[in-house]
Design a protein around this ligand. Structure first.
Ligand code: SF4
Length: 340
């Protein structure tokens, strides 16, 4: 009988590399890196079965800093690489790392298609509302009025919401986390990994150099309980230091509103229960903007269906069962011409 194999317990350290990390000191990317390494260890991932794929930008340096396979590809095109990697290596866990510039500007088209196709990969979009690597130009998620080298008088663009973009593209898993929330972020990422299909996770990430504290109104630790709502499937959407605020559906306005328990006869029965399979609710939650509303984090939408890679492999298996393919005949069938 063979000796039992000594299976080493995987820890976050197993995903650390010896590479010099080149993000600016204090950048939110460091905390995200830690959260990802924790999530990988917690879910029993192994370096040899994991691959990180990125485009271009500060976030896209990520593959150098995790001890797994990695591809630092071209601007906005990581979804194409990730799709090919997953299709040809279905046993690999494929993670895509991108930013608001890379994933929603030059790569917006590619992001849309990887989501609507539902390729079984995990997508992390670090949203810092700025182009960091190229020194602080405004991005598709920058707020109106933001002054940058490319908008010296203030941006006049309407910003894009990454989660609404993902939902509108047909994503079946949409979640949101915060760089420094290291209690919640690894849990969200573990759910993303577990999901069979394209998982989209927006992570609010602080760019300390070019857009510092842009999320400060809800990430400040002292007030976070009053300014953040971490949704959980099947649980009431209640938040606040005193656990006294909640989200209610206002049927007249067809919108969500913040109410206080105990005021005007409001009880827990009036507060909505989170149903992560409800797409309409997901849109409404993603539309809420701080400070009028809490920043909604956690798994906002999860409603799995067959993934693209499953369908492709099924189709290939079916084709192989049919009569032997004749490539020459295929090329010559239908309308062909002979040139004299
Ligand atoms: Fe991080 Fe901003 Fe520096 Fe880029 S420029 S590494 S996003 S702090």
């Amino acid at each position: 009988m063979n000796k039992p194999v000594d299976v080493k317990k995987i820890s976050p350290k197993d995903f650390e590399t010896d590479q010099e990390v080149r993000w600016c000191p204090g950048c939110g990317d460091y905390a995200i890196l830690k959260g990802v390494q924790m999530a990988l260890a917690n879910t029993g991932a192994t370096p040899e079965n994991t691959v990180f794929v990125s485009g271009i930008g500060c976030s896209s340096r990520f593959p150098y800093y995790v001890s797994t396979y990695g591809f630092h590809t071209i601007h906005g095109r990581a979804p194409g690489f990730a799709t090919g990697i997953k299709l040809t290596n279905p046993e690999l866990d494929v993670w895509l790392v991108t930013g608001d510039g890379d994933g929603l500007s030059i790569g917006g088209n590619h992001m849309l298609h990887v989501l609507r196709r539902n390729v079984n990969i995990q997508i992390m979009l670090f949203n810092n509302e700025i182009y960091g690597l190229t020194k602080g130009q405004y991005s598709p998620t920058s707020r109106p009025g933001l002054k940058t080298p490319s908008t010296p008088m203030g941006s006049v663009d309407a910003p894009l919401s990454p989660c609404i973009f993902a939902l509108g593209s047909g994503a079946r898993f949409v979640a949101r986390g915060i760089d420094t929330s290291l209690k919640e972020l690894p849990v969200i990422l573990a759910r993303a990994k577990e999901h069979q299909g394209a998982s989209f996770v927006e992570i609010y990430q602080n760019c300390i150099v070019y857009n510092d504290n842009v999320f400060g109104h809800f990430t400040e630790k002292k007030t976070a309980k009053d300014t953040q709502l971490h949704v959980k499937h099947g649980e009431k959407m209640i938040f606040g230091k005193e656990i006294s605020k909640g989200l209610r559906f206002n049927a007249e306005k067809f919108a969500l509103e913040v109410v206080t328990l105990g005021e005007a006869g409001i009880t827990e029965d009036d507060i909505l229960t989170h149903d992560e399979t409800n797409r309409h609710m997901a849109f409404m939650l993603c539309e809420l903007e701080a400070p009028a509303f809490p920043a909604v984090c956690g798994v906002i939408y999860c409603n799995p269906t067959e993934s693209y890679d499953q369908s492709v492999h099924y189709q290939v298996a079916q084709a192989k069962q049919q009569k032997k393919a004749d490539f020459n005949a295929l090329l010559r069938r239908g309308r062909t011409w002979t040139i004299d």
